[in-house]
Design a protein around this ligand. Structure first.
Ligand code: ATP
Ligand code: MG
Length: 816
């Protein structure tokens, strides 16, 4: 009768070694090919396959051998009739009632088999000894775990005598991690947070890694900090998805009951959930409040307005407008006689038609193609819809009944509420010396006045990036104007207050200081200038655009230099990522779309996956058009001033944003070629003529607008300086003709005459044309600087002199 060894699913190294030992004990036994092994057992099996006698299928009748398991009853049940007898080798403390084999309490099952080999005096090879020692070492933790016995040590001693290979033992048993894995982990480890809950310690760590590997989790579990905690939650942001893994370490913390709230499953000791459309940082704050036993709004039903205000489909347009205006609603769901949802009507649309169709009905102007939500949906699904389609209102439907509506404002409030839970990461940093002194003075003044002062925003980002900083922004919890005033007095300089905004600026030690009072801003409508109220630092940071711009440094004496980072800005700086603070950010202020690309271009950063998706949605929802023109133009002007304007334009192109700002512009291969060529020309000019400073950004804009019909209107809109507008007109009027003439110009003097009155930007743009580039270059490098010897023209004056000089110059040029 055949003897077949069957391993349990997920069998570990002890089981595998034990199975091998059994093969030595029973030369007629075979191993049924294991379906699934633990990671280490799998590696050993792969490399030592030839040591096993494998069969692929169970024979009709056989003797069953089980190792490292006490589940023989289950097997007997399953294989009823086919199993003639059972042999078991196991070290778990169950009584063996049935069968042959050995079940005793030692450190590993393999020990039992090895003892048998020892007593039978079987001579084994060094390889066999190695393979057997794996199981014993593994299950006893190198003879150190509770439950290890002297019998295990004796078995090991025998195996070493037989030549067990220590190098291989280390290779397969000691976990090794690659440098990358450790780098990835250490980058994120500073975000590990401990929560103390009812005497239990729970750790939360966020892995924001684009190249996350499951192995990294295994390293985490090995950390001493983790081993001594009660539970560990790992949040992994993998692209647009966020995973949460919960693990109970000491077995007393029910992780499933927490993750259940997020729709997760598993066991009380190990649970996981996959979330879509929600950022890791947000998940962390939600998880934290869940763990703290709070009840954060998670589902649509938690934030929706219910019951909803609805309009009947037959309501006349004018009445509907009145109803909406009285309530200050942007829209409402529309229902039929039976109360069934049939559409959504927006005030904006009604206003457009009210004049012409005052007696029209709501149903004629409603939107019938709309999204809906269920009360059980997560709120981030609602955010996704709002940010994706720029919609204002989503009906919530349950069993085909309209039960509520969700608006942008409902969600913004809930986001703010949730972010309010976030705790800051603090870390002391060193300020550059030239800022340090002034910052200390500001801190001391604030302290005297009973205020708190912080460096905030771009300056903090740039200090962390080790860039030079001269524009320094402070926010004051208190009154900024008073602080500025005292500092100005101290230095004997003027200060410039803006009462309305409670801000002031002054210049000190070559630094431009800007003082703002912490404030809360609300946006009356997307893109509008914000209304200002007062609040604390955290709220001030919360209203900012990107995580890297939303950090602060305390300058009061008691906390001088402490970096305050609520949103993971430091990590994003290290990862080179631009990330919005919340999903409705671009909806709230569409100018941020362009800002995101400006910073990405300037710093060589990428958009985080989720931010990229939000940005793409916002662009395709046409949100840029909703931003006030003045602010858009202002932003564009800032971009044009950037050193890396070319990279920024590339990003504008990639995300299709320029089309929304420069109406009428169309990307073509020619235009792209020209921009590339301009980049080279500018690089050349920067090096050759470092003293000729011009704003190259405007030159790029001139190229972009060259073919546009409405270029001049745009230049007026953006308040372009006079030279830009003049050059534009000049280009429009003369460039074609000039190019033609240049092409046929032979002599240097001809080139000189054609180009001598042209402004530099015009010349640089001419240089983007391959076939005349050389001629313009000669003009700039040589012709324009040809000098004549004035001695020659003694006695001449006025116009005569000028003419003679020009003629002489041209003679010299042609002789070059
Ligand atoms: P720069 O180096 O270009 O000045 P900056 O980060 O200082 O970069 P500013 O435009 O001066 O940018 O704005 C100062 C700070 O105000 C930013 O760092 C950011 O925190 C915040 N901020 C500016 N514009 C917005 C916006 N549209 N939405 C939210 N926050 C903004
Ligand atoms: Mg700034």
């Amino acid at each position: 009768m055949e003897k077949v060894i069957v391993l349990e699913e997920g069998a570990d190294l002890d089981a595998l070694s034990c199975a091998y030992g059994v093969q030595l004990l029973y030369p007629d036994s075979k191993l049924l090919r294991p379906k699934q092994l633990s990671k280490k057992a799998g590696e050993v099996f792969r490399d030592f396959k030839d040591f096993f006698r494998i069969i692929e299928e169970l024979p009709p009748e056989f003797d069953l051998i089980l190792v490292d398991t006490s589940n023989y009853k289950e097997y007997l049940e399953k294989l009823k009739g086919r199993v003639r007898s059972v042999i078991v080798y196991d070290h778990h403390p169950t009584k063996l009632e049935c069968c042959e084999g050995k079940v005793e309490q030692v450190g590993s099952a393999t020990t039992l088999v090895v003892e048998e080999l020892m007593s039978r005096n079987v001579d084994i090879t060094a390889e066999s000894a190695t393979l057997l020692s794996f199981g014993i070492y593994e299950d006893t933790g190198f003879l150190s775990y509770e439950g290890t016995t002297s019998r295990d040590a004796r078995a090991i001693a025998w195996l070493l005598e037989k030549g067990a290979n220590l190098r291989l033992i280390r290779k397969y048993l000691l976990d090794t991690w690659s440098k990358e894995q450790i780098d990835t982990l250490s980058k994120h480890l500073h975000s590990m947070e401990s929560l103390f809950l009812n005497g239990k310690r729970v750790l939360i760590v966020v892995l924001k890694s684009e190249d996350y590997q499951p192995d990294v989790l295994n390293i985490l579990y090995e950390l001493r900090e983790v081993k001594s905690a009660d539970a560990l939650f790992v949040i992994v942001s993998a692209g647009y998805k966020t995973y949460v893994f919960g693990r109970s370490i000491k077995g007393e913390f029910d992780v499933e009951s927490v993750l259940e709230r997020l729709g997760g499953g598993g066991h009380s000791f190990a649970s996981a959930v996959k979330l879509e459309g929600v950022d890791a940082e947000r998940v962390k704050s939600v998880l934290t409040s869940l763990l703290e036993g709070k009840n954060p709004p998670l589902r649509v039903k938690d934030v929706m307005t219910s019951p909803p205000f609805v309009l009947h489909q037959d309501t006349p347009v004018s009445n509907a407008l009145l109803e909406l205006s009285q309530r200050n609603f942007a829209g409402a769901p529309v229902v039929d006689d039976s109360g069934k949802l049939v559409g959504i009507v927006y005030k904006k649309n009604l206003l457009k038609v009210a004049k012409h169709y005052p007696y029209g009905r709501v149903k004629d102007f409603m939107v019938v193609d709309f999204h809906q939500l269920s009360p059980e949906d997560f709120i981030w699904k609602a955010e996704e819809i709002l940010s994706h389609y720029g919609e204002k209102l989503i009906p919530v439907v349950e069993n085909s009944n309209l039960v509520g509506v969700i608006t942008r404002l409902d969600l913004l409030y809930s986001i703010r509420e949730q972010t309010a839970e976030i705790k800051a990461h603090e870390k002391v940093i060193k300020l550059p010396t030239h800022v340090e002194e002034t910052a200390k003075q500001v801190g001391t003044i604030a302290q005297e006045l009973g205020f708190r002062a912080y460096l905030v925003g771009g300056v903090v980002r740039d200090i962390l990036l080790k860039k030079e900083v001269w524009d320094i922004d402070f926010v004051i919890e208190g009154d900024a104007i008073k602080v500025a005033q005292r500092l100005a007095e101290k230095h004997g300089v003027d200060y410039h207050p803006f009462e309305e905004f409670r801000t002031a600026h002054i210049k000190v030690n070559g630094l431009k200081l800007e003082f703002a009072t912490t404030r809360r801003e609300t946006y009356p409508h997307p893109g509008a200038y914000p209304l200002v109220e007062y609040a604390g630092l955290k709220e001030d940071l919360l209203r900012r655009d990107f995580t890297i711009n939303a950090m602060a440094v305390c300058v009061n004496p008691d906390c001088f230099g402490t970096l305050i980072d609520y949103f993971g800005g430091l990590r994003d700086l290290k990862d080179k990522l631009i990330r919005v603070l919340h999903p409705l950010s671009f909806v709230e202020d569409p100018v941020r779309i362009l800002r995101a690309l400006r910073f990405a271009g300037r710093l060589g950063f990428k958009l985080s996956k989720s931010t990229e998706k939000l940005l793409i949605n916002a662009v395709s929802a046409g949100l840029i058009a909703k931003a006030p023109k003045g602010r858009l133009m202002n932003e564009l002007r800032l971009a044009l001033r950037e050193e890396r304007i070319f990279e920024i334009l590339e990003l504008y192109k990639k995300y299709g944003v320029l089309e929304h700002v420069l109406v009428g512009i169309r990307w073509s291969p020619q235009l792209e070629k020209k921009l590339l060529s301009l980049r080279d020309v500018i690089a050349w000019h920067r090096i050759e003529f470092p003293k000729e400073k011009i704003d190259y950004g405007w030159v790029y804009l001139l190229v972009l607008l060259e073919e546009s019909e409405k270029g001049m209107d745009f230049l007026v809109d953006i308040s372009a300086p006079a030279w830009v507008r003049e050059t534009y007109e000049d280009i429009k009027k003369n460039k074609k003709e000039l190019t033609k003439k240049l092409l046929s110009a032979q002599k240097n003097s001809e080139i000189y005459l054609l180009l001598k009155n042209k402004p530099l930007p015009f010349l640089l743009i001419l240089m983007t044309e391959e076939d005349i580039k050389e001629k313009v270059r000669v003009y700039l490098e040589k012709l324009r600087s040809v000098k004549v010897d004035l001695e020659k023209f003694k006695g001449l004056s006025g116009r005569q002199l000028g003419k003679a000089i020009e003629e002489e110059k041209m003679k010299l040029m042609d002789a070059l």
